[in-house]
Ligand binder design. Structure first.
Ligand code: GDD
Ligand code: MN
Length: 387
């Protein structure tokens, strides 16, 4: 990351140690805790951090995605009496990885740690992680469930299998060799994060994997085992959408330089839409024996609505539309796609008739132009990023 070295305000060495961790800096460590509906865990987590980091200069930043259970208020209430406790509240946004990145960018501490807010991660590891940085040749320390002293607690066999499969896939695709690249518990030097930040995908759950696979020169990792505990209060946010986002992140890490992962997701959804379209068309035209024009029109509307819903659920999970914005979003999506269809047909016919292009290439070129148009327009108008 040559060009990006200049972004760092901390001297010229991209991996500084001594100066950063000087004994007179007011902060040694920032613990970043992404939260979504973790109100019942905040107080206990701060209490435990206070106990295990006794004598250290630390702060904790809760990055909350506008939880509905008052998590942010709970954090600020503690922050009133304890200035080491801070809250970064994001409105209209979702995403574990992006929350961690923004939290890490919001501190001056030379060391940053990421830790879950549900007390599944063993806080006793934090001082041991810090100690590892006495060695200037250490870039990042990872809490691992799969080395000596580590474990997954009472996970069911299905969850163990999924975790192992995801780990295997990650190793294959990103060349990251680590016993537990899926871990959400780690500590690194802030200047390294700063240098990598512009290249991070920020999609989904796997922030550690994102960091490790973005680094051009492999980061020097140490692993420390810990027992993954059961969640304290509240419930897990892991869902099937998270699995989809995980694959999208791997796609971005593998091909991201050429095709944006979101476009790949958008196209996969579009491909599924074709099946929906054909199924509806078949039902109306062949089974119910309706007029073909009517059947095709209804099939188009159903497929567009299906695509809109699925994109809102998966592709744009981080800025999902809700409430009345679903209606305006749906309208703008259908409008954009209708124009996309006209562009599609125009290009295909032009290539076919004026250039004698083979029907299959003409057809595909039309589909590609339509897809790029739909993606570009809906990303700006339907799912515009909020400022
Ligand atoms: N800000 C924010 N935004 N925080 C979120 C979001 C979100 O969209 N989704 C989840 N979180 C927070 C949760 O509130 C919790 O503090 C933490 O991220 C982990 O979420 P869990 O729902 O408890 O995830 P998990 O226990 O299934 O997954 C954990 O274990 C995995 C290893 O199997 C996490 O540590 C993963 O990062 C880890 O890979
Ligand atoms: Mn959890």
């Amino acid at each position: 990351m040559e060009a990006k070295t200049s972004r760092m305000s901390d001297g010229n060495d991209p991996r500084p140690g001594a100066r950063e961790l000087s004994p007179d800096s007011a902060l040694e460590l920032a613990v970043i805790v992404p939260t979504f509906n973790e109100a019942g865990n905040v107080e206990e987590l701060v209490r435990r951090l206070d106990a295990c980091l006794d004598g250290r200069r630390w702060e904790v930043i809760f990055v909350d995605d506008d939880s509905t259970d008052g998590t942010a208020d709970a954090v600020r209430a503690i922050g009133l009496t304890d200035s080491r406790v801070r809250c970064l509240q994001r409105i209209g946004r979702r995403g574990l990885s992006s929350a961690c990145i923004e939290g890490m960018l919001a501190t001056a501490a030379p060391l940053v740690a990421v830790m879950d807010g549900d007390l599944q991660h063993d806080e006793a590891l934090l001082p041991r992680m810090m100690a590892k940085f006495a060695d200037p040749a250490v870039d990042i320390v990872v809490g691992s469930r799969y080395v000596d002293g580590g474990g997954v607690g009472d996970w069911d066999s299905q969850r163990v299998f999924i975790s192992r499969a995801a780990t295997w896939l990650a190793r294959r695709l990103t060349k990251v060799s680590l016993s537990d690249p899926m871990s959400g518990f780690f500590m690194l030097r802030r200047p390294i994060l700063l240098a990598l930040a512009p290249g991070l995908s920020g999609i989904g759950f796997k922030i550690l994997l994102d960091i490790l696979s973005t680094a051009k020169t492999p980061l020097r990792v140490r692993e420390l085992g810990f027992q993954f505990r059961t969640r304290h209060a509240g419930e897990s946010k892991l869902s099937s959408a998270v699995a989809f986002e995980y694959l999208a992140m791997l796609v971005e890490k593998t091909f991201g330089a050429y095709i944006p992962a979101r476009f790949v997701m958008f196209s996969v959804v579009g491909g599924l839409g074709v099946f929906v379209h054909m199924a509806v068309l078949y039902g109306l035209f062949r089974v119910l024996e309706q007029n073909f024009g009517l059947a095709q029109t209804v099939a188009t509307l159903v497929a567009m609505t299906f695509n809109f819903a699925l994109n809102n659920l998966l592709t744009y999970r981080d800025r999902q539309l809700r409430g009345w914005r679903l209606l305006t979003g749906w309208l703008s999506f259908c409008l954009a796609c209708s124009v996309g269809a006209i562009a599609n047909i125009g290009v295909a016919v032009y290539l076919f008739e004026d250039f004698d292009t083979l029907w299959i290439w003409s057809g595909l070129a039309g589909v590609l132009v339509g897809a790029v148009w739909n993606y570009a327009v809906t990303s700006v108008y339907t799912w515009k990023a909020r400022r």
